[in-house]
Design a protein around this ligand. Structure first.
Ligand SMILES: [Fe+2]
Length: 468
C-alpha cells in the first residue's frame, strides 16, 4: 500500500461538480407514491412498467467522482395500469452501500483513486468491493438486473425493487458483463460480452430464455490488450462488437495517477463479427472512431451486416479527448466475406441514447429515437429526435426548458409509444412524458408529475404487463 492510500480523501465539492449538482444532484430517499397527477390523455392501453437506472451516490462522495463510472445505483420505476400511474425508487443495496449506511458516510473513494477504506471503518465488510451497477436495468429469464460493465449485475425483486444480490446468470457473467446485453425477440436468448484486464481480454456468452447459461464465457480471438467496450449489437447470425481504440492502463493509473484509459487512434477501430453458431470470428478493420451506443443491427438480404449507431470522432466524458466532439447517427454496412465496410450518415444531429422498438432487435427497424441538442440549444439534452427510416425524415420535439433523457419504446396493448423522464430546469421538477409514435414531434400525449426530481441518468427499459 502506498502512502497515498492512507490519506483520507476530502469530500468532493458537490455544488461545483457538473454531475453532482443541478439536474444531476443525487436523491437520498426511497419513495413510493401512487395516483400521480396526469396532464393530458393517458393511453388506456398502456399497461406496464418503465424502469431506469443511473448513478446516484448514497452519501456525499470523497476523493473524486467520475460520471458515469462512479456513483451508487438508483433505479426509478413508473407504473402504468391504464388509468393511474405510480412511482417508486430504490437504491441498489450492494454490500458497499450497506456498509456506508451503517456508518452514515462514504467509505469508498472514486473508482480511479489510489485509496481503499480503512479496515477499522469496515467492521466486518473488509472483503467487500465497491460494486456500482448503475448503468442499465434489464429483465430476462425471470431476473431483473441492475447492470454496469465494470461490476457484477445485481438482481432486484420486481415486486418492490429491493436488492436480492449478486447475479451471474448461471455463470454467463464473470467479473462483469456489458450493461447492454441484447435479447433476441425471436429466440428469447440474451447475448452479452465480458471484457477483462488480462487475457482472454474479450469473451461472449449466451443465456437461454429460461435463465440458464447456454454458452459459457467464450474467448473472442484477436484481442491482445484490455479494451474498453460499452455496448454491442446483435443480428440473427452475429454478435457484433466494435473494438474502438480505447485501451485500459490501470497500473499506470494507480502508480502515476494518470488516466486509466488511453486513446490510441493509430490502432483503428476493429469490428468483430462473432457467429452465433460458434464458428470462428471474422474481423473487419475501420478508421478510428468511438461508439457508446448502438440502435440495432441486422443481416441484409445480400449477406452483409447493417449496424445503426451513434458514431463519435473520439470518446466523450473520459478525459481522453483531443478535439471537439462530433457525432452523427451512422449506418455501417459490413461484408463478412470480403471485409468491405461502408459508412452512411443517417442524420448529423448531436444525439445519444439511440433506441428502437426492441421487438425489432436483430431485424430491420423503421425508426430510431434519441435525445440530444439542437444547434445553439441549452447545455445537456433538451430535444428528442425521431428518425423515420422509411422516409429518411428526421423530426424533433424541442422540450423548451425541460432536459430529457433516453427515449424508450413502450408497447401498449393496441399502440406503441415513446416515453422518457424530463426535468424542468426552471422549476427543477420531473415528469414522465408519453409520445405517440406516429407523430412524436407533435409533442406528448400526456405528462405525469413525478413526486421527486429524478436525477438525470442513463438507461431504461419498458416491461409490458401488470406492473405490480
Ligand atoms: Fe450505456
Amino acid at each position: 500500500m502506498t502512502p497515498s492510500q492512507h490519506t483520507h480523501p476530502a469530500l468532493v465539492d458537490m455544488a461545483n461538480h457538473p454531475y453532482l449538482s443541478g439536474l444531476f444532484a443525487p436523491q437520498r430517499k426511497d419513495v413510493d407514491v401512487t395516483g400521480l397527477t396526469v396532464t393530458g390523455d393517458l393511453p388506456a392501453d398502456l399497461v406496464g412498467s418503465y424502469l431506469r437506472n443511473g448513478p446516484n451516490p448514497r452519501f456525499d462522495p470523497i476523493g473524486s467522482y467520475t460520471f458515469p463510472i462512479d456513483g451508487d445505483a438508483m433505479v426509478h420505476q413508473v407504473d402504468f395500469d391504464g388509468s393511474t400511474v405510480s412511482y417508486r425508487n430504490r437504491f441498489v443495496r450492494t454490500p458497499a452501500v450497506i456498509a456506508e449506511e451503517e456508518v452514515g458516510r462514504a467509505l469508498w473513494s472514486g473508482l480511479f483513486d489510489p485509496y481503499f477504506p480503512d479496515e477499522d471503518d469496515l467492521d466486518g465488510a473488509e472483503n467487500t468491493g465497491r460494486d456500482m451497477p448503475d448503468i442499465h436495468v434489464v429483465k430476462h429469464g425471470g431476473r431483473l438486473l441492475a447492470m454496469a460493465e465494470a461490476t457484477r449485475p445485481y438482481a432486484l425483486d420486481p415486486a418492490d425493487l429491493s436488492t436480492i444480490g449478486i447475479e451471474s446468470c448461471d455463470g454467463a457473467m464473470l467479473g462483469g458483463s456489458t450493461a447492454h446485453p441484447k435479447i433476441d425477440p425471436a429466440t428469447g436468448e440474451m447475448l452479452l460480452f465480458n471484457y477483462a484486464f488480462e487475457a482472454p481480454y474479450l469473451r461472449w456468452s449466451v443465456v437461454g430464455p429460461d435463465g440458464k447459461c447456454t454458452r459459457r464465457p467464450t474467448a473472442i480471438d484477436g484481442v491482445d490488450m484490455p479494451m474498453m467496450i460499452h455496448d454491442m449489437a446483435l443480428t440473427q447470425r452475429y454478435v457484433v462488437i466494435f473494438v474502438c481504440p480505447l485501451k485500459f492502463d490501470i497500473i499506470a493509473s494507480f502508480t502515476t495517477g494518470s488516466s486509466p484509459l488511453e486513446w490510441l487512434p493509430e490502432l483503428g477501430t476493429r469490428i468483430a463479427l462473432v457467429p452465433r453458431d460458434g464458428s470462428p470470428v471474422k474481423w473487419v478493420d475501420a478508421d478510428p472512431f468511438w461508439v457508446w451506443h448502438f440502435a440495432n443491427a441486422y443481416d441484409t438480404e445480400n449477406g452483409e451486416v447493417a449496424v445503426d449507431y451513434v458514431r463519435w470522432n473520439e470518446p466523450t466524458h473520459l478525459g481522453v479527448e483531443t478535439a471537439p466532439p462530433i457525432a452523427d447517427i451512422t449506418r455501417t454496412l459490413l461484408n463478412p466475406t470480403t471485409g468491405r465496410i461502408t459508412h452512411t450518415k443517417l442524420s448529423d444531429s448531436m444525439v445519444e441514447f439511440p433506441r428502437i422498438d426492441d421487438r425489432s432487435l436483430t431485424r430491420p427497424h423503421n425508426a430510431i429515437a434519441s435525445s440530444g441538442q439542437l444547434p445553439g440549444g441549452h447545455a445537456g439534452t433538451d430535444t428528442l429526435f425521431f428518425d423515420d427510416l422509411t422516409t429518411g425524415r428526421q423530426t424533433y420535439w424541442d422540450s423548451g426548458t425541460v432536459s430529457v433523457g433516453e427515449p424508450i419504446f413502450m408497447s401498449g396493448e393496441a399502440h406503441g409509444y415513446w416515453g422518457t423522464i424530463g426535468t424542468d430546469r426552471v422549476t427543477m421538477t420531473s415528469a414522465f412524458y408519453v409520445f405517440p409514435t406516429d407523430d412524436p414531434a407533435s409533442g406528448p400525449l400526456c405528462s405525469v408529475n413525478l413526486p421527486i426530481r429524478v436525477p438525470a441518468g442513463l438507461h431504461g427499459a419498458w416491461m409490458s404487463g401488470s406492473p405490480r
